[in-house]
Write a protein that binds this ligand. Structure first.
Ligand code: 13P
Length: 254
């Protein structure tokens, strides 16, 4: 049985003051202990978030990490620097990093390895573009994106399937599209790490997930939670998604 994980990727939203206000409000919400919750604010707000979350069971994640410990890498942050301020998780290979900032499968893997070497939990993002889906290349793309993940420790790895065409578009994968992509990814993880490990590895769905569509996506057999952008920026909608995941885990339809 995999514990559901609901992670908020805030992208470039909320500075330190807004982060503190958001998290203080989130902490007042009643939360089911059966769901793991992680928030990923912008890098500059991480120290504030770490302070506000001290003693809580909400995990703190960064949105990116560099593969070297230090050096001449303007604008980058190392895994040890994140670790030092109390970060436990990091998102790697997000499609926005891939399409806007030139992230490749190789650099994403290097970042993930460095993060794990510093004892950070990795949320590794994969997903096809609309052109790739329309060309019937979805599974080939996913296969390529996870081909080298055998270099990672699966015990500290979460996959996130985020079809690029569903990110920030209001359009989600259908339950069938999501389930078949997740099942395919689990099969690839089984080939890399063995069946037992792949059964315990969490695969999150991401792409316009919001309270209104959790009911059709979170109960899917191979969907173990969500990586949420827009809907994670509002305490009420983020909390509603967490509750839906708890209901799902309890076998109730949200
Ligand atoms: P949206 O939920 O805004 O579509 O973003 C998804 C995402 O990119 C999470 O990483």
């Amino acid at each position: 049985m995999r514990t559901p994980l609901i992670a908020g990727n805030w992208k470039m939203h909320y500075g330190a003051a807004e982060t503190a206000a958001f998290l203080e409000e989130l902490l007042t919400e009643e939360r089911d202990p059966g769901v793991d919750v992680v928030v990923c604010p912008p890098a500059v707000a991480l120290p504030m978030a770490a302070m506000v979350l001290t003693g809580s069971d909400i995990g703190l994640g960064a949105q990116n990490v560099h593969w070297e410990e230090s050096g001449a890498f303007t604008g980058e942050v190392s895994a040890l620097m994140l670790k030092e301020i109390g970060v436990q998780w990091v998102i790697v290979g997000h499609s926005e990093r891939r399409t806007i900032f030139g992230e490749t499968d190789e650099t994403a893997l290097a970042r993930a390895r460095a993060a794990q070497a510093a004892n950070l939990e990795v949320i590794f993002c994969v997903g096809e573009t609309l052109d790739e889906r329309d060309a019937g290349e979805t599974f080939a793309v996913l296969e390529r994106q996870v081909a080298d993940l055998g270099a990672l420790d699966p015990g500290h790895l979460v996959l996130a399937y985020e079809p690029v065409w569903a990110i920030g578009t209001g359009r989600t994968a259908t339950p069938q599209q999501a389930q078949e992509a997740h099942a395919f990814l689990r099969l690839r993880m089984s080939a890399l790490f063995g069946g037992e490990t792949s059964e315990s590895l969490r695969i999150l769905y991401g792409g316009s997930l919001k309270p209104a569509n959790t009911g059709e996506l979170l109960p899917l057999a191979d969907v173990d939670g969500g990586l949420i952008g827009g809907a994670s920026l509002d305490v009420r909608s983020f909390s509603a998604i967490i509750r839906a995941a708890a209901d799902c885990a309890a076998g109730e339809t949200p």
